[in-house]
Write a protein that binds this ligand. Structure first.
Ligand code: BG6
Length: 491
């Protein structure tokens, strides 16, 4: 990767510094940027958590995590010299003076306060940052999803944070927007003259967005059981992907130009509520089964003995956007845990040709499909119909023009957090959610959640290692369409 220029000296403060996200994503992301020479040597990373440890203890924990991730020990140790730790409880006074003093030591640094904690703590942390006057100079706050649990709690968080930080200082992260393929969607749509004229209801039959995971909920059960797939994945990541596919061309990549267009899409989503949720949504929960060749327990067993739960670990939705560009074009969305493959993709299925000139013996004509693979093996595939080579009649075949970004560019794709963390330091909010986007997304999701609650129905069971409940297949097949299985069909 061509390294971008280093940024100005900064302090990155991670609340929830010993948590899963910090250890698995944030610290490794900073380490990779350090290896690329993008982190000025006077910059500091400050982990904050309740755990009673010190700089040395924290560095040991991080060293272990980074070595497990395949890092070089000497380089890791050099990087860790820039890392510090302070123990404090967001809800208590102790420790804050000491922390404030540490921050004051570098008064001219850009300050990034990353709230990688549960959303209940956002207000406490912001209030204390305000009370200790830490919002000085170039300060920014990063809010990790979920932003609230529903519309009301999201509004409350937005208001509380706004008492201390301006909207321009508030970075609501959705790491899907930092994924290479998602940004590539901008390049593909608006850097080529080819697609945009076809990008509408006249030429597109439907769109599919699938984010499937093989993992179960593991140790995140207590968070996940209060959340479920709609809040955890659809309200944020999947709706953001849908916006990137469906938005009108923004005038530029200026932060508000892009976010204004995404907001219009969210506001145009057709309402799903008790009157139509049974036809347009499917929720599921995994039972014991097999994943990656091993038998695995069901969701409820993973939660722990004696637990019961109506939380969905799978959801499929037929969404529609009520505007001129997309009238009548369904957007089929699905996501779930313990599915057969880790796969995230956007499929844009074009309409069938209006008339076939070929004999039946030529074979069937399939739709052109543009498949954007977010993971694994990021890339773009365009399925075309061509003639099978050789004499003896004209036989049609459906084959992909296939581009893997790793093969084409010979580089490992950087993790989304690498890009996004440095965007925060630079103060570029283009790939972050504005408060009105979060509110609009909840406004669409809340009535679905309410409809499910009112129905009193339990989620449908699916066996771990399958593509969710059969009703999810019926959801799309009722319309004479199928979920994309091209990736599996290839030899
Ligand atoms: C997170 C969700 O936001 O995204 C997790 O809370 C999910 O449940 C994760 O596993 C998926 O991210 P990625 O980048 O691995 O697709």
């Amino acid at each position: 990767m061509t390294a971008s220029p280093p940024v100005d000296p900064f302090d990155l403060v991670i609340f929830g510094g010993t948590g899963d996200l910090a250890l698995r994503k944030l610290i490794p992301a900073m380490f990779h940027r350090f290896l690329d020479g993008q982190i000025p040597s006077e910059s500091r990373i400050i982990g904050i958590a309740r755990e009673a440890t010190d700089d040395a203890g924290y560095r040991d924990t991080l060293q272990k995590a980074l070595i497990e991730g395949g890092g070089d020990k000497q380089k890791i140790d050099t990087f860790l010299k820039q890392v510090h730790y302070r123990s404090l409880d967001a809800k208590k006074d102790e420790g804050w003076d000491d922390f404030a003093q540490l921050i004051a030591e570098q008064a001219d640094h850009i300050r990034v306060f990353y709230l990688s904690t549960s959303p209940e703590l956002f207000t406490h942390i912001c209030n204390r940052l305000g009370a200790h006057e830490l919002n000085k100079g170039k300060s920014r706050v990063v809010l990790e999803k979920p932003i609230g649990h529903d519309l009301a709690s999201a509004n409350e968080i937005n208001e509380d944070v706004a008492r201390v930080f301006d909207e321009s200082q508030t970075f609501r992260i959705d790491h899907y927007l930092g994924k290479e393929t998602v940004q590539n969607l901008l390049a593909l749509r608006f850097g080529n003259a080819l697609f945009e004229p076809l990008w509408n209801a006249e030429h597109i039959d439907h769109v599919q967005i699938t984010v499937s995971e093989t993992l179960g909920v593991g140790r995140r059960g207590s968070y996940y059981d209060h959340s479920g797939a709609l809040r955890d994945m659809v309200q944020n990541h999947i709706l953001q992907l849908l916006c990137m596919v469906a938005m009108e061309p923004p005038g530029s990549l200026a932060p508000n130009a892009l976010r204004d267009e995404k907001l219009k899409v969210l506001n145009a989503l057709k309402h799903i509520d008790s009157s139509n949720a049974a036809q347009l949504t499917v929720r599921g929960q995994y039972r014991a089964g097999a994943s990656e060749g091993k038998s695995v327990p069901g969701y409820v067993e993973e939660l722990g003995e004696g637990k019961k739960s109506n939380t969905e670990t799978f959801v499929a939705i037929k969404a529609e956007i009520a505007n001129w560009r997309w009238a009548g074009v369904p957007f089929y969305l699905r996501t779930g845990k313990r599915l057969p493959a880790r796969l995230s993709e956007i499929v844009v299925a074009f309409k069938h040709v209006p008339h076939s000139i070929f004999d039946a013996s030529a074979g069937t004509l399939a739709q052109n499909r543009l498949v954007l693979r977010l993971q694994p093996d990021e890339g773009v595939k365009l399925w075309l119909t061509i003639k099978h080579p050789g004499p003896g009649g004209l036989r049609l075949r459906h084959v992909p023009l296939d581009m893997s970004f790793a093969e084409a560019f010979g580089v490992q794709q950087p993790d989304a957090y690498e890009r996004l963390l440095l965007d925060v330091v630079r103060g570029n909010p283009t790939l972050f959610m504005r408060s009105d986007e979060v509110v609009a997304a909840w406004r669409w999701a809340d009535p679905i959640l309410a409809a499910w609650a009112a129905s009193g129905e339990a989620p449908r069971a699916y066996q771990a290692g399958t593509w969710g409940p059969s009703a999810a297949v019926a959801l799309i097949e009722r319309d004479g369409r199928t979920w994309n299985e091209d990736s599996e069909d290839e030899e």
